[in-house]
Design a protein around this ligand. Structure first.
Ligand code: NAG
Ligand code: NAG
Ligand code: NAG
Length: 159
């Protein structure tokens, strides 16, 4: 049924989309509530929605499932024939990836889509700001303590 080309295309698709944090693929899409960037320790719901019925599936019991970091099967709630949702109670890692797979039979699994979730902490108020200028025309250089790590790209601006 499945050609290597098809699998390759889906995998590439997931890689490209994960980089953008969007979970829309040819065969279906993934949605993350409240968002794909959240606070560490918070709860998210991940859903997977097939765009088309199980036409690539010839097995008797097609099943959609959501897998965390390539290994952990989440408890999935079947919303409808083409949608499942999984509740992840505590995002405890700064980067998690979720994959949605369609299990046609025990030995035939197809990747539907994937999405990355990033978690971090809000930045602290910068402390101990000191600025030095060596001479009237020289550049000013400043340093400060940024506080706790945020695990996300953080920019701080002086003005
Ligand atoms: C996740 O889904 C459950 C059940 O529908 C809901 O009670 C909860 O508020 C949702 N949480 C988030 C973060 O969307
Ligand atoms: C993070 O959460 C996952 C899934 O709930 C769990 O399996 C894992 O042990 C947790 N890791 C840490 C470091 O708490
Ligand atoms: C700020 O500087 C003071 C004095 O050097 C030091 O005791 C304090 O820990 C520093 N605070 C931070 C947040 O780095």
């Amino acid at each position: 049924m499945e050609t290597p080309g098809f699998r390759w295309f889906l995998t590439l698709n997931v890689l490209l989309l994960c980089r953008e944090g969007v979970g829309s693929c040819t065969g279906g899409e993934m949605r993350v509530s409240p968002s794909t960037v959240v606070r560490l320790g918070s709860e998210i719901n991940v859903s997977c929605i097939l765009k088309e019925p199980y036409d690539k599936c010839s097995g008797p019991t097609p099943r959609l499932k959501i897998i965390l970091d390539n290994s952990k099967l989440l408890v999935n709630e079947q919303v409808s024939g083409s949608e499942v949702t999984a509740r992840h109670h505590r995002v405890n890692s700064s980067e998690s990836s979720f994959a949605c797979k369609l299990e046609c039979a025990k030995t035939n699994e197809q990747l539907v889509c994937g999405v990355d979730v990033r978690a971090g902490l809000p930045p602290d108020q910068p402390q101990n700001l000191t600025c030095v200028q060596n001479g009237r025309e020289a550049e000013v250089s400043c340093r400060w303590d940024p506080g706790q790590p945020t695990f996300l790209k953080t920019t701080q601006q002086l003005w």
